[in-house]
Structure formats: C-alpha cells, structure tokens
Design a protein around this ligand. Structure first.
Ligand SMILES: [Fe+2]
Ligand SMILES: [Fe+2]
Length: 168
C-alpha cells in the first residue's frame, strides 16, 4: 500500500503485546503477596515478644525465626516486582492484635494458609507467562510457609488446615 496524506499522519500502531495485561495482573498480585509478607513480619515481631507463659516459650522463639524468613520473602518478592517493571508496595495488610496467645497464633495460622493458597496461584501465573525462575523462587517460599503453618498448628494442638476446600 502506498502512503497517502491520510495514512501518513495516523499514529503508528503500538506493537502487539498480548502479555502486557497478564504481566500487570502478576505485578498487582505480587504486591498483594508483598503486603502479606510485611503483615507477617510485623505480626511475628510483635507476637513473639508479647506471648508470655511457659507453654508458649518454644513457639515464641520459632516466631522470631519466622519473622526473619518473612523478611527474606519480602526481599525476594520486591525484587521480582521491580524486575517485572512494577513498583513494590510500602503498605502492609492489617495486623490484628489480641490479649490471648491462642488468638494471635490463630491469626498467624490463617494468614499462612491464605499465603500458601495465594503463592500456589502465583506459581501458575508465573509459569503461564514463562517466568520459570520466579516460579522456582515461589516454590521455595511455599515450602517455608508450610513449615510456618505446621509450627503454628502444632503449637495450637490442631491439625494443619487444608489450603484448598477440597483438601489439597
Ligand atoms: Fe513469607
Ligand atoms: Fe510464613
């Protein structure tokens, strides 16, 4: 086709980027994950210091280790958001407080279960986009979140909750 007056002044078509929306969705979802990691850092820092009573000493020490691991997760997720061209959030999800040790451990347990469910989704999203290194890092994080979940359930004397309603 020859250029004429009409076509020459038309804006150039942007190249087709079918993954653009999917990448944006992944960045937004990773920022939700990052906000959950901040929540976990804060919760474990506070709870590990306010849990009192001989029966909670062991789990209080474990929560301090969890806090350090959650910080590593936050660093990895923030780095990946930056790599994908996004801006890492600076806002944590809300941290609930209670006077009761059982409540605090239950909040943590529920958050860990939600975190694992979300990271499993994120692995699928990352793989669908061909970001296999990210998927690998997420799998490593999931393994640690499962240990956290297990520690909390053990301290509460209950079974580890199912991540999915159908039992996986
Ligand atoms: Fe984490
Ligand atoms: Fe965790």
């Amino acid at each position: 086709m020859f250029e004429n007056e009409e076509t020459r002044d038309m804006p150039k078509q942007k190249p087709e980027q079918p993954n653009e929306n999917a990448i944006k969705n992944l960045i937004n979802a990773l920022n939700e994950d990052l906000a959950r990691e901040y929540q976990a850092i804060i919760a474990y820092t506070v709870y590990s210091n306010v849990l009192s009573g001989a029966q909670w000493m062991k789990i209080a020490d474990e929560l301090k280790l969890h806090a350090a691991e959650e910080l590593q997760h936050a660093m990895i997720i923030a780095d990946q958001i930056d790599y994908l061209g996004g801006m890492p959030t600076a806002t944590p999800k809300e941290v609930k407080l209670s006077d009761k040790a059982e409540d605090m451990l239950r909040f943590d347990l529920d958050n860990e279960t939600a975190t694992i469910r979300n990271y499993r989704e994120r692995v699928q999203q990352a793989e669908a986009l061909g970001h296999y290194a990210l998927a690998e890092q997420l799998r490593h994080i999931i393994a640690q979140e499962q240990e956290h979940q297990h520690d909390l359930a053990t301290a509460l004397g209950i079974d580890v909750p199912k991540v999915l309603p159908q039992g996986a």
